[in-house]
Design a protein around this ligand. Structure first.
Ligand code: GDG
Length: 735
């Protein structure tokens, strides 16, 4: 909104704060997000002041919370959200990690749902919303992270429309067929659509999100924008980068060099294949172990010199599936080692805990191969970190084609983690690759990873959020305010209201015939018709008979077919322009019939001056796709004729260019000398009415989208409220 001041403050919101409490002391973590955000903060050369809201981990006693909160705020600028044991069980282990995580990672087998988890998820998201509202000043940027907080954007939008809200999903967004299994799929999507910008790691995830939104909410979108009830949500791809500044510093440190030398001695004459991941079923560890087993089986000559280091960092041990997974991994490791260990080598070094950062860097630097083979992974930073630490370009990355990182790291040896033979073969290929070829592959990847690091990612996201919340539409169209209605207060002078019907007076229905006026609208229209100083025109694309049937009882002028017909109260229907050239109609009808026959659920509506192809009841994606194809087809079929093609809400309409709503409005304005004029409508055809803004009319756009109108209302409910206000405006009423 134009009145919305923009601030240079970002409120960053993630489930976890980058700090944990250890025996009453705070231990700050230097995770990827911390370093990413440094690049946009004033202290790191950026433009913004940053605050952070999140859970500090663990369950704090209630009597300790005040003190901890004070200290976190004063020492770090963090606003903690404390969770009880029960909330940790229901919100975190339950809904977030046993319901959302498996589904987002295509694992229907591990997907669980309990209603009480959902209730906790709603409650905790609302706590986060409270905390953001407390901390945020007018117009602040709010950046929400990840699947724990999918309801937060909508909650914030409802409470604080002034905030500029971005959401980034760190996991994949699965295909609609998977996502729809979730009993709260609708609420989750609507939660996200509260954001101004939703970001994903890859275009594939964005594509799935768009498709789920279309199918579950009916909202259509183009590549970068989803238009829904009362706003637009921008969507875009922001592949996260690794924390290069942190790793660069580590690579130059003494402790790293010591570690590296120690490992080079320990592993002298060995070839190292490194594996680093959280112990999670999405990471494909059992499949990887099978591939390792196969490699050792078919390469007996390598059993003495190849070491597979497997660092599996404990994760979510309170969730049952993770404990089972750990047992299976331990069994597989001992089976492989039992079978293939030699006197001088144990092939799999299994480390079930995290290692120090300098150890991790040293392992990245000296390993001949890194095996990153998740079954599915949002991005996977280990792959990028391994590459970044390959200063001599001598390593090889084996990468699952199902990690988000595969969309960028084209020179990796790509594998399908379900193809065990293929992975075993890839290990051999990577270990046997000649040095020159390895460097040719590694060097460009390393440049790409370092150039597109986590700081770059955060800068891009925030720049895009600023752009998407400061565009022309938001800046120039004012929210409707009652002051603008003052000229319509009762007085002896005549005033006119030009009201569109579908999408303005009445919301859409699957079957257009069922979109009849509802009781509240009828009540308001009755009140309006009592005002003798108001001339009311319903200006619609509908046929005259529909308007007559449902609105004929009022003393309104009913303008049908976008201005082609009009019926004054108590008179016979007339034509606005009886000479309009309609010779293009049979050709268009033929094309429309073709599309109706090949698009189940769609149909053609024949009007006197227009033809409409409706696809509201068709499969939403197929319908949209066919509509675009149809428009292309029409452009060829009816070039150079006086007809306009419009892609409206679930319709494609071809209508005479010699007739439009604006021309109808003009005629009636000229017939009378109105003291004030108001035009309101929701779609493209109503823009011809909004031209009268220049002549002093009050023009109102309903819903999102670019417009020439001066004001905006969000939907029919707000239109009803406004008409109700007008109906009761007495002279001198203060509005
Ligand atoms: C989620 C998405 C997405 C690992 N072991 C040790 C250690 N690590 C560090 C790595 C890396 C991080 O943990 C793991 O990051 P990933 O990206 O691989 O995976 P998730 O934790 O599942 O993260 C993922 C990510 O969000 C970012 O958007 O890429 O797809 O699932 O940074 O270095 N660090 C230390 N010792 C270890 O033993 N010090």
């Amino acid at each position: 909104m134009s009145e919305q001041p923009t601030t240079n403050r970002i409120i960053n919101v993630s489930n976890r704060l980058p700090v944990r409490i250890d025996s009453g002391r705070f231990v700050k973590s230097s995770g990827g997000l911390v370093s990413a955000l440094e690049g946009i903060q004033k202290s790191g050369g950026g433009d913004f002041d940053l605050q952070w809201i999140g859970w500090p981990g663990g369950a704090a006693e209630e009597n300790e919370q005040g003190n901890l909160s004070e200290r976190l705020k004063s020492e770090f600028g963090y606003h903690p959200i404390f969770l009880s044991e029960e909330e940790i069980a229901d919100f975190y282990h339950g809904f977030s990690n046993s319901s959302l995580w498996p589904l987002l990672h295509y694992n229907q087998t591990y997907f669980n749902y309990q209603h009480r988890w959902w209730k906790a998820y709603e409650r905790i998201n609302a706590c986060f919303a409270d905390a953001v509202c407390d901390a945020a000043k007018q117009g602040d940027l709010v950046w929400v992270h990840d699947y724990h907080l999918m309801l937060l954007p909508k909650m914030l939008r409802e409470r604080r429309p002034d905030l500029r809200i971005g959401f980034f999903l760190h996991t994949p967004f699965p295909s609609y067929e998977i996502f729809r299994c979730h009993p709260k799929r609708q609420e989750l999507l609507e939660g996200l659509l509260g954001a101004d910008l939703v970001g994903f790691h890859t275009f594939g995830y964005l594509r799935h999100f768009r498709s789920a939104v279309l199918r579950l909410t009916g909202s259509e979108s183009d590549v970068y924008t989803i238009r829904h009830d009362d706003a637009e949500t921008h969507i875009d791809v922001f592949p996260i980068g690794m924390n290069w500044s942190g790793f660069e510093q580590e690579l130059g440190s003494e402790r790293f060099n010591e570690c590296k030398q120690r490992f080079l001695t320990d592993y002298a004459n060995k070839r190292i294949v490194l594996n680093v991941e959280r112990l999670d079923y999405s990471k494909g560890i059992p499949q990887k172990l099978e591939a390792i087993e196969k490699y050792l089986e078919f390469n007996p000559d390598r059993r003495d010199d190849v070491v597979f280091i497997l660092i599996a960092v404990p994760s979510r041990e309170d969730v049952g599936e993770y404990a089972t997974l750990k047992e299976n991994i331990e069994l597989a490791v001992s089976r492989i080692n039992g079978q293939y260990a030699t006197i001088s080598n144990i092939p799999v070094h299994f480390i079930n805990r995290g290692v120090k950062i300098e150890e991790l860097c040293a392992l990245y630097a000296i390993s001949d191969v890194a095996m990153v083979t998740p079954l599915v992974d949002g991005m996977n930073l280990v792959a990028k970190e391994y590459i970044a630490c390959q200063e001599d370009h001598g390593g090889v990355l084996i990468l699952s084609e199902f990690a988000g990182a595969a969309k960028e790291l084209f020179n990796a040896v790509m594998v399908n983690p379900y193809d065990i033979d293929g992975m075993a073969w890839a290990v051999g290929e990577a270990l046997d690759m000649d040095d020159q070829h390895k460097r040719e592959l590694m060097e460009p990847m390393r440049r790409l990873v370092i150039d597109n690091d986590s700081k770059w990612w955060a800068r891009r996201f925030i720049a895009s959020l600023v752009r998407s919340t400061g565009d022309a539409t938001r800046d120039e169209v004012k929210r409707m305010d009652d002051q603008a209605l003052k000229p319509f207060a009762a007085s002896p002078k005549k005033k006119a209201l030009f009201l569109d019907y579908d999408g303005t007076l009445r919301g859409f229905t699957l079957d257009p015939a069922k979109a009849t006026p509802q009781p509240r609208l009828i009540e308001i229209l009755e009140k309006l018709s009592e005002r003798e100083d108001l001339d009311i025109y319903v200006v619609s694309g509908r046929k005259a008979d529909f308007l007559q049937k449902h609105l004929g009882r009022f003393n309104f002028t009913l303008v049908g077919e976008h201005g082609y017909t009009f019926t004054k109260p108590g008179q016979e229907p007339e034509l606005l322009n009886g000479d309009a050239d309609l010779e293009w109609m049979p050709t268009v009808r033929e094309v429309f019939d073709l599309y109706a026959a090949s698009t189940p659920g769609s149909h053609v509506e024949q009007k006197r001056s227009a033809l409409v192809w409706h696809y509201r009841a068709a499969d939403p994606e197929f319908g949209q796709w066919k509509a675009i194809e149809l428009i292309g087809h029409l452009k060829e079929a009816i070039a150079n004729v006086p007809a306009a093609i419009a892609h409206g809400k679930k319709i494609v309409e071809v209508s005479s260019q010699q007739i439009n709503k604006g021309m109808a409005v003009e005629r009636f304005i000229h017939e009378h000398d109105y003291d004030a004029v108001l035009c309101i409508g929701d779609d493209q055809t109503d823009e011809t009415m909004h031209r009268h803004r220049k002549m002093g009319a009050v023009t109102i756009k309903v819903g999102p989208g670019t417009t020439d109108a001066e004001y905006r209302l969000t939907g029919p409910d707000q239109v009803h409220d406004m008409l109700d206000v007008i109906a009761q405006l007495k002279p001198g009423t203060t509005v």
